[in-house]
Design a protein around this ligand. Structure first.
Ligand SMILES: Nc1ncnc2c1ncn2[C@@H]1O[C@H](COP(=O)(O)OP(=O)(O)OP(=O)(O)O)[C@@H](O)[C@H]1O
Length: 834
């Protein structure tokens, strides 16, 4: 395809426009055009020649056809001639034969005249007849030959006629074809003429355009020339000024180099400091965590649930999410006062993944294998994502599984990586607290597990059994507190020392406003129980944050269960889950306030439950002895006629569970008490040489225990406390008192002591209590004194119904306070002999 000329010229024009006159280019174009025209003429001539050749070939073909027709025609004439001649010859032959026959007849006639005339006449007439027949046959043959000849002649003439017609038709067609071809060629010639003239016209126009453009370019060239000259002169000037600037710049550069060097020297320490900044930040974080560990603060991680897909995206109350800060806005207010900021150890936003959440608590999980007790619990409004964080969503994948599965996987992974030097046994127990009843799932026993799938199976059974009901706030609301306890017992294969770590993973039931969740009947009862137990948790937290002497753990099964984690030497972490939806503002705010209080609680440094080989074997011996004593005591007490209310099956199971927890924690609290109160381990041993003190080995023999109660001296009371703890320990119960409280039993531990004693009674073991020589005279006195003091100061006493407790206690022990002197402490105790 030919490039349109104007375009070509444009391109070339642009190329030339810089510095050359484009006349050469025009010449070139003209030449190109000429060549093109010539080519077109040559092409036309060639085409005409081809046509002529075609015509002459056609003519030749026609000549050949004519000739072949002529030959055929003369052949036919020849054939006809031959046939005529043949016919004439045959006619002559027949004439000749006829003549011969006539001669013969004449001859015979002559002979007949001489011989018997009659016979000869007959013979002659027979011969005449024969002759006549022969003549007729000849005539028929002659007429047949004539006919055939006529027929052939006709045929030849007909064919000749056809040839003639064909020749005429061909001639006609040739003429027509010639005419057509001539017309076409003429037309083509016309068209070519037109094309040539239009091309000439186009060329003329191009020439004109080119001329005008050429003029313009010339003008522009002149202008450009002027500009270039001007620029050249200014370039000269600039060069000169640049030279001078270069000189001054070199001077400046030298000065700057000096300055840079000085600045570099000054910046070095800053750069070093910057390099260390991140390391320092990490170190700061680590140190902060260490301080937290040392202070034993409950760690609080806040997680914000994303808006659920399928539900309408609503306005969020969360204004800001920092690494450890969260700002929420009150949707019903406006202005600055609407904002409230909360600080936690970590805040996880909507898009935080399960893996990111877990990575922040991984070290905590690992410490279980070093003998620490760790408790992780999720708290929050119903539907705020507690189960999601702890377990994961329904049909969770490896990305969405929650803390529980990740923790177990880690425990198994780390334990197997240490298997060459530590032998670990891992056991799992699942407990559900539903309507204030502790139910072990699938039953009360601790399941030894070897691999993560074992645990997954167990957890699945537990999850399926979990009480779930639909509330209007969350379709899949779990109505129970679910507790997964993982017990790890490790034995160092080299030193023989042992360690016991516990991990409690707790998914609390969702808190909710009863009026908002619109529940009735059983669901209302459940909600009330849940709220009650969460309120009890709040009371415990409040008492701990106030460092109150009394912490009301016993007010609910939940706080009882969390007792060792909240008040003991455990590492505790709370996930506070919130829903950022505007409609949940009031619940979210109270949840955050509660979490803020929790984060302020200091539990004291966590301690590892590690024991040397000797100590652990000693403990094992003691345990065996304790069991034996208990068995004997039970045997004795079974002989007693006293009617005590049997505990319900579920609460028994739960208490067994608590008992077990205590055993697994290694009797840590008892040990602590022994250390802080100055008692040795042998004091806890039933084999103590002081029979009047121990009393446990032989139970009834030491039933007279008035000695301790008569004396008001501190030592005696301390002894009573020790004995109670001893009795508790033998029962496998964890007393909820700390070393500090026991240091001064008169002032600090009376309320606690009463609770401990009552819990012993609930275990139907009054004989042990009696045998331990414990009598709550001093406790009763102290309780009342405290109560009075509290009421004088207008404070709420931690045990509001302590009087009724004391009465119940006394009644349970079989004493009658009225009969034995009522409030008069010195007349106590009644006769406790069994
Ligand atoms: N971080 C999250 N990412 C995605 N979905 C989440 C997240 N947290 C919670 N959800 C979804 O929100 C819904 C409610 O969560 P979940 O059941 O864990 O709440 P809950 O606090 O345990 O409720 P309840 O107290 O009633 O048992 C579920 O459908 C869950 O999958």
């Amino acid at each position: 395809m030919k490039t349109p000329l104007p375009e070509r010229i444009m391109k070339n024009g642009v190329r030339c426009s810089r510095f050359f006159v484009p006349s050469m280019q025009v010449e070139k174009i003209k030449e190109e055009q000429k060549k093109l025209d010539e080519n077109a003429v040559i092409r036309l001539i060639k085409e005409q020649e081809n046509k002529n050749l075609e015509i002459s070939a056609f003519k030749m073909e026609l000549e050949t056809a004519k000739r072949s027709y002529g030959v055929q025609f003369s052949q036919l004439e020849e054939e006809a001639k031959c046939a005529k001649e043949e016919f004439a010859q045959k006619a002559q032959e027949h004439e000749h034969e006829l003549k011969e026959l006539r001669n013969k007849i004449e001859e015979i006639k002559g002979q007949v005249k001489t011989t018997d005339e009659e016979d000869k006449y007959l013979e002659i007439s027979a011969l005449k007849q024969e002759l006549e027949t022969t003549r007729k046959t000849y005539e028929v043959q002659c007429s047949q030959l004539e006919e055939e000849y006529e027929h052939r002649l006709e045929e030849y003439e007909h064919r000749l006629e056809e040839f003639r017609n064909e020749a005429e038709r061909i001639e006609e067609e040739r003429k027509k074809a010639d005419e057509r071809e001539i017309n076409r060629l003429m037309k083509e010639q016309e068209e070519n003429k037109l094309e040539i003239s239009s091309l000439k016209e186009e060329l003329e126009t191009i020439k004109e355009t080119y001329e005008s453009k050429y003029q313009k370019w010339n003008m522009k060239m002149n202008q450009l020339q002027t500009v270039v000259e001007f620029q050249f002169s200014s370039l000269q000037k600039m060069k000169l000024s640049w030279e001078s600037m270069k000189g001054s710049f070199v001077k400046e550069q030298t000065a700057y180099a000096g300055d840079w060097e000085r600045l570099g020297a000054n910046l070095k320490p800053v750069a070093l400091a910057a390099e260390n900044y991140h390391a320092l930040l990490a170190e700061n974080k680590r140190l902060f965590n260490e301080i937290q560990d040392l202070k034993g603060n409950i760690r609080v991680y806040c997680r914000i649930r994303p808006f659920l897909s399928g539900k309408k995206e609503k306005e969020s109350i969360v204004e800001h999410i920092g690494e450890n800060e969260l700002v929420v806005a009150n949707p019903s207010k406006e202005g600055k006062d609407t904002l409230r900021s909360f600080k936690f150890n970590r805040v996880f936003g909507h898009d935080t993944t399960q893996a990111e959440v877990y990575s922040d608590i991984q070290t905590l999980i690992r410490s279980v294998l070093d003998g620490y007790n760790v408790c992780i619990f999720a708290y929050g409004q119903t539907g705020s994502g507690k189960t999601y964080t702890m377990t994961g969503p329904n049909g969770a994948t490896s990305e969405t599984i929650g803390v529980n599965y990740r923790a177990l996987n880690d425990l198994f992974r780390i334990s197997s990586s240490r298997e060459s030097f530590v032998e670990y046994e891992i056991g799992v127990q699942m407990v559900e607290i539903y309507n204030e009843q502790g139910l072990a799932v699938p039953d009360a026993s601790l399941f030894p597990v070897k691999t993560p799938p074992d645990v997954v199976k167990l957890m699945d059974i537990g999850l399926k059994n979990r009480a779930i009901a639909a509330t209007s706030m969350n379709e899949r609301s779990s109505r129970s507190h679910s507790v997964i306890s993982i017990h790890v017992h490790g034995k160092d294969l080299k030193t023989g020392s042992t360690m016991d770590g516990n991990l409690h993973l707790i998914d609390l039931a969702g808190s909710e406003r009863v009026d908002r969740s619109e529940v009735t009947g059983d669901r209302l009862k459940e909600a009330q129980h849940i709220n009650k137990s969460l309120a009890a948790l709040g009371d415990v937290i409040f008492a701990l944050s106030q460092k109150s002497p009394h912490v009301p753990y016993r007010n609910s099964k939940l706080t009882q269960l969390l007792q060792t984690s909240l008040g003991g030497q455990a590492k505790t972490l709370m996930f506070v889950q919130i829903n950022s939806d505007v409609s949940s503002y009031s619940e979210t705010l109270s949840t955050l306030k509660f979490a803020e209080r929790v984060s302020g609680i200091e539990l004291g440094a966590a301690r590892s439950n590690k024991e040397s080989k000797d100590l652990s074997s000693l403990k094992n011996t003691l345990l065996a002895k304790d069991e034996e004593i208990e068995r004997l005591q039970l045997h004795k007490s079974s002989n007693r006629k006293r009617n005590l209310i049997p505990p319900s099956r579920s609460s028994k199971n739960f208490d067994e569970f608590l008992h077990h927890q205590y055993e697994l924690s290694g009797g840590d609290i008892g040990k602590n008490i022994a250390e802080t109160s100055g008692l040795t381990d042998s004091d806890f041993d039933g084999r103590s040489s002081d029979h009047s003190d121990s009393g446990i080995t032989d139970g009834s023999e030491n039933s007279n225990i008035t000695e301790g109660t008569k004396s008001s001296d501190k030592m005696e009371r301390s002894k009573a406390v020790r004995k109670t703890v001893q009795a508790m320990r033998r029962l496998g119960l964890a007393p909820s008192i700390t070393g500090n409280q026991i240091k001064d039993p008169l002032k600090k531990s009376s309320a606690e002591m009463l609770q401990l004693l009552l819990s012993l009674l609930r275990q139907s073991k009054p004989s042990i209590l009696t045998a331990a020589g414990v009598w709550p005279n001093f406790i009763g006195t102290q309780l009342r004194a405290e109560e009075e003091e509290a009421s004088v100061n207008g404070l709420k006493f931690p045990l509001p119904n302590c009087s009724s407790w004391i009465t119940g206690f006394e009644a349970l022990l079989g004493g009658d306070p009225q009969k034995n002197g009522g409030d008069d402490a010195t007349t106590w105790p009644p006769d406790l002999s069994i």
